[in-house]
Design a protein around this ligand. Structure first.
Ligand code: COI
Length: 382
């Protein structure tokens, strides 16, 4: 059971949203990247301190770009130097938010050459489901996976050494064609870039402190909370910025109807542990169907836990022994405290926890340290 730490007062000013403004918009003009591919850097070590990797933007060498034909499908794409893209000011993504993102990781193999991806077809399928919801044209699974592999190989000098981190791959699907009245964009751009990363949370924290947002909600029934639209992330920023300003790592959203069921944090799914039972909110349209979430459910059952998907109330969460987050970027991250209605609750963390056990198994599969009995790994040969 969670230990109640102390009452936590929220300033009335913060409740009213009168915190310092962090909304600094950077204006930048888009330009094409017409240069021919320059492979001369391929053999040169990347200028990165592998021991200090966090989750920060590092400009790598190449990105993959594929454009759909007018109203049609994607045919073929190509590698371009990493750089700004050219977009119409009346593009569907800029005007009406027709945009989807994905995230997956490539690891350097422990032995021999080459890299390993974790369940990339799942990302491709999730992008297809998102495209269907957002009336967009999506790449096929094969096109998606091909683009990811090409991006990894073209940026191979940026893949961290084994055990030091991973290459985070960010596929984007954008409504790139011009449109004025509200309608699906006539053209789409699929783009993949990659960045070397370590731990997601600031200061590479081993566990995180969350505050529950009871005023701002992430998703509504019938909305787009269950697909990976760019706008799901933008709309969570206000709650996240407020939580960070108050000293928390991130914010945990409640459902928007009853305001009592736990949904997810800004960038990750949530699990609770009570005895032998692991519970996580069911994905019924307002929760992102995380690939790490799905994998942890299976791994948890393999380990003999009873894993349940359903409604998880804030009261159950407060009563839990452990709470942890899952996501591609955050992997499996334990939650040490949760603050709700001015009270802070503490949960078990450390090496003797269920989340630590699950983390060890997941990362061993991802990095190729144990047998891959489910076919979750996809190898990329150099
Ligand atoms: C991921 O975990 O890959 C995500 O897309 C979340 C992102 C906000 C870092």
């Amino acid at each position: 059971m969670a230990k109640l730490l102390r009452s936590f007062q929220v300033s009335p000013l913060l409740r009213l949203g009168r915190y310092p403004s962090f909304a600094t918009l950077h204006s930048s003009s888009f330009r094409a990247a017409p240069e021919d591919l320059d492979r001369s850097k391929d053999g040169i070590n990347a200028d990165v301190n592998w021991d200090e990797l966090g989750f920060n933007l590092v400009k790598t060498d190449y990105m993959y770009v594929m454009r759909s034909c007018q109203g049609g499908k994607f045919t073929s794409g190509e590698l371009n130097p990493y750089g700004d893209i050219k977009l119409s000011p009346s593009s569907g993504v800029l005007n009406y938010g027709q945009g989807l993102l994905e995230g997956l990781k490539a690891y350097r193999k422990k032995v021999g050459n080459g890299f390993v991806l974790f369940r990339p077809e799942e990302n491709a399928l999730r992008m297809q489901r998102g495209a269907e919801r957002m009336c967009m044209v999506s790449p096929s699974v094969q096109q998606f996976v091909h683009a990811v592999k090409q991006t990894v190989l073209a940026n191979k000098r940026w893949v961290p050494p084994y055990g030091k981190g991973s290459l985070y791959i960010r596929p984007l699907l954008l409504g790139s064609g011009p449109i004025l009245g509200l309608a699906p964009s006539p053209e789409y751009m699929f783009l993949v870039f990659a960045v070397p990363v370590g731990k997601y949370f600031k200061d590479r924290l081993p566990s995180v402190n969350l505050s529950v947002s009871d005023e701002i909600h992430r998703a509504t029934p019938g909305g787009t909370g269950g697909v990976k639209t760019i706008s799901n992330y933008g709309s969570g920023l206000k709650a996240q910025v407020e939580a960070k300003y108050r000293g928390f790592t991130d914010v945990l959203f409640l459902d928007s109807v009853n305001k009592k069921y736990v949904e997810e944090a800004t960038t990750c799914n949530i699990f609770i542990v009570k005895g032998n039972i692991i519970s996580t909110p069911a994905t019924q349209g307002t929760i992102l169907p995380g690939i790490t979430r799905k994998s942890i459910i299976e791994i948890g059952r393999d380990h003999g836990y009873q894993v349940e998907e359903g409604l998880v109330s804030i009261d159950e969460l407060i009563d839990a022994d452990e709470v942890f987050c899952t996501g591609t970027a955050v992997s499996v991250t334990p939650v040490s405290t949760i603050t709700y209605c001015g009270q802070r609750f503490q949960f078990k963390t450390g090496v003797e926890t269920v989340s630590h056990r699950l983390y060890n198994t997941l990362t061993a599969i991802q990095m190729g340290d144990v047998e891959d009995t489910r076919g979750w790994r996809m190898e990329i040969d150099e």
